[in-house]
Ligand binder design. Structure first.
Ligand SMILES: [Zn+2]
Length: 345
């Protein structure tokens, strides 16, 4: 006997709050067996794994049920093959709906569901999974029965309203330390202890307005290279890269775990003369636009997902030679794009 869970879109759809899940539980080749008690469970679970040096000699995963819903299915709900028992395919439909909020398992208030994930760093692991489990009992010998189970994972994403904090200033910078060596205007990387040459090169990152990046889309990010007038015309941009860092933190009781993920965004290389004190790089100079593949920014009492972006620019004195780097970090908020009907104006 074979038990199959068939859920529309399960392999390629990312579900959201209030989305309906429709599926069937398919029993194949059950002729001759007495089947009873077909049932399905829909739920979500958060699992936190701790490194051995923190968890102690008997490490075990911390598991929390976000929600769980059970449905008993009846044989007379079967939709097909009632009249063709020879093929022995027995199909029972079911449906569930993703909740928009659930009761917090740590407190009494309600909680937004975190997006599905499975991330690790060293020995730490944070996993959020949503699943449908099907089961049926098969009578084997008199009162003895055997349970057959099958489980299917579902992808889930959640756009939770986040207060955009004033930390999201679109202009942060990290100066490249420029130094004068032997009175001549060479750029050095600053390890020889000579006094810093000022003013310095600065990268100013420009975010879209509002400062939100959308998942699955190309996003416009610009930057401006601010160059002291004395070295305009002498330096060249050789590389420009954007990197993302995603920090996922779980806070359950006294246990806090944080896992950082690093993801390259877009990159460009070439020999671009810096011929102005404020050289603007927009998406065309930036090279290939990137399709953002990051989890949405998320905040609840048990989980926080935050993102930051680093724009790193490599320059050289003259069109060749050693490349010096300067970069700019900024916090970014990542969201799913709004539904199409909100765009149709
Ligand atoms: Zn709570």
């Amino acid at each position: 006997m074979k038990l199959i869970l068939d859920i529309a879109g399960a392999d390629d759809v990312t579900f959201g709050p209030e989305d309906e899940i429709r599926g069937t539980i398919n029993l194949l080749g059950h002729a001759g067996h007495v089947l009873s008690h077909p049932r399905v469970t829909f739920g979500g679970r958060l699992t936190i794994s701790m490194p051995a040096q923190i968890a102690g000699p008997n490490p075990s995963d911390l598991e929390f049920t976000l929600f769980e819903e059970n449905k008993e299915l009846r044989h007379n709900d079967a939709t097909s093959n009632k009249d063709r028992p020879v093929n022995g395919i027995y199909i029972v439909p079911f449906s569930f709906r993703f909740p928009s909020q659930v009761r917090c398992f740590a407190h009494t208030h309600s909680l937004h569901l975190p997006p599905s994930m499975d991330i690790r760093e060293a020995e730490s692991r944070i996993k959020v999974e949503y699943y449908v489990r099907g089961a049926v009992d098969r009578q084997i010998l008199g009162p003895l029965s055997k349970t057959t189970r099958v489980v299917k994972g579902l992808k889930f994403s959640n756009n939770v309203p986040i207060n955009i904090s004033p930390v999201l200033l679109p202009s942060t910078s990290l100066p490249l330390v420029l130094r004068q060596k032997d009175g001549s205007r060479y750029l050095e990387d600053g390890i020889d202890g000579l006094p810093a040459y000022a003013p310095s090169l600065r990268v100013e990152a420009l975010l879209p307005e509002p400062p939100v990046l959308f998942r699955g889309q190309a996003n416009p990010i610009k930057f401006i290279l601010h160059t002291p007038s004395e070295i305009v015309g002498k330096i060249f941009v050789r590389t420009a890269n954007i990197f993302f860092k995603t920090s996922t933190t779980t806070i359950v009781g006294s246990v806090t775990r944080r896992v950082d993920e690093h993801c390259p965004g877009s990159s460009m290389s070439g020999v671009i003369p810096v011929d102005s004190e404020s050289l603007v790089f927009d998406s065309s100079a930036w090279g290939r636009l990137f399709k953002l593949d990051l989890k949405p920014t998320f905040e609840s009492c048990v989980m926080r997902i935050k993102h930051s972006a680093e724009i790193r620019v490599g320059i050289s004195i003259g069109p060749e030679g050693k490349i010096y780097y300067t970069s700019s970090w900024l916090d970014v908020q990542v969201m799913d794009p709004p539904p199409a009907y909100e765009n149709a104006e």
